[in-house]
Ligand binder design. Sequence first.
Ligand code: ATP
Ligand code: AH0
Length: 396
Amino acid sequence: MERLAVGLMSGTSVDGIDAALVKIKGHGENTEIELLHYSTYSYNEEMKKSILAAMDPANSTVAAICSLNFKLGKQFAEAVKRVCMEADVPLAEIDVIGSHGQTIYHIPQQEGDLEKSTLQIGEPAIISYETGSVVVSNFRTMDMAAGGEGAPLVPYTEYILYRNPEKNRALQNIGGIGNVTVIQKDAAMDDVFAFDTGPGNMIMDELCKHFKGISYDPKGKIAAEGNVQHELVDHWLSMDYFLKEPPKSTGRELFGADFTSRIIQENPHLSPEDLIATATYFTAASIAKSCRDFVFPKTPIDELIVGGGGSYNQTLLAMLKELLPEVMVMTQEEIGLSSEAKEAVAFALLANETIHQQCSNIPNATGASKPVILGNITLPPNGDAKNILQKAGNHR
Ligand SMILES: Nc1ncnc2c1ncn2[C@@H]1O[C@H](COP(=O)(O)OP(=O)(O)OP(=O)(O)O)[C@@H](O)[C@H]1O
Ligand SMILES: CC(=O)N[C@H]1[C@@H]2OC[C@@H](O2)[C@@H](O)[C@@H]1O[C@H](C)C(=O)O
C-alpha cells in the first residue's frame, strides 16, 4: 500500500522550514520512498529572532515560548499547504504529516536540578486543524522516557535508505550541529551507531552574523581568506564533550551564541576572516577527531558522505578531505541524493513507522534502554478517527 506523507523539519540553524512530500511504500526495513517535491520556506528576520530569543535562557520568557508554539504551528501548516500546492497534490490526499518541530532546548543528561529533557515546539493541533491530516510530532520524548538522549533519530532512516552491501559508510550531517551515522556493509539495524560530533555551521553562522551581517559564509569564501589559529582549535577540542564516549548529543546550549561571544571577546586581536577560518577548521577537526576516536577503532570507513547545508561550504569540505586523507569524502549530491531534503524526508518516514506501530529509535545511537515507538499522534478535528488511522495504515 502506498501513502503520501509530508515531513517537516526546522533544524538547529533556524534558517527555515524544510518540507518534503514523499510517496512511501511499506514500512520498516522494506520501506521504499519517492521524493515528489521538496522546498525550504525561509523564516523572516523577525521570526528567526523570536526563535533564537526563545532558545536563550537569558532572553526567553514563558509567554514568548507559549506564543511561539502556536506561531510555528501556523507556519508549519502553511509549509504543508505550499509544498502540496507546488507539487500539484491536493491537501486531502495527504495521509500523514511527520513534524519534527523546532528544538527550543535540549538537556541530554541531567544537570544538577535540571531533569534530562528536550522540547520541540510547533503545535501539532494547529497543523492538523489547518490541513485536516493526522500529525505525528514530539518524536524525541519516548526515546528519552526509555533512558535515551532523544537524539539522533535520523540514523534509523539512514539505515533504511543508505545501507550498501559492499561499503562501510559513514553519513556526516553538517547542519547547525554535526552528527555522524555509521553503517557497516553487513550491518543489521541494531549495529548502526551514531552520535553528534559537535558544532556544524552554528559557530561560523554566528560569526558571519556578528561581523558581516549575513547569515552564513557563502561556499566558505570568507573562511578561505583567513588564517586558521591551530592552538585555539586544539584548546576548543579539549572540551569535555569531545572526550565523552558516544552515545552523545549536543546543541545550541554548548555551541550557540554564548560560545561565539566568548571566543570573540577572548580574541580581539584576530580579524573576522581569521576567526571564521578557525571556526570552520574547528568543525572539520571535531568531525575528524570524532571519526578517529570513536568510529575507526570499531569500523574502518570506505566512504564519508557529507550532507546538510555545510556540504555547500567548499572550504570546510577541503579541510575535511585534508584531515581524513584515508577516507573517500564525498557529498550526498555526488551519490545522487539531495543534501537539503534528507531530514524532512526522515521525519515523513518516521511518521510512517509510528502509524504502523513500529519502533524507530536505535538504542546504539540514542542510548535508550530499548527500541520504542516514537511520536505523539494528533487526529484531525472532525474526522472519523478509526477510518483515518486505518487509511494512514494502522496495522502491523
Ligand atoms: N551555499 C552555502 N554555503 C555555505 N554554507 C551553506 C550554504 N547553504 C547552507 N549553508 C549552511 O548550512 C546551514 C543550514 O544547514 P541545514 O539546513 O542542514 O541545518 P539544520 O537542518 O538547521 O541543522 P541540524 O541538522 O543541526 O538540525 C546554514 O545555516 C549555513 O551555515
Ligand atoms: C535535540 C535536537 O534537535 N537535535 C538535533 C540537532 O541537529 C543535528 C543534531 O543536533 C541531531 O542530534 C538532531 O537532529 C537530527 C535531525 C536527528 O535527530 O537525527
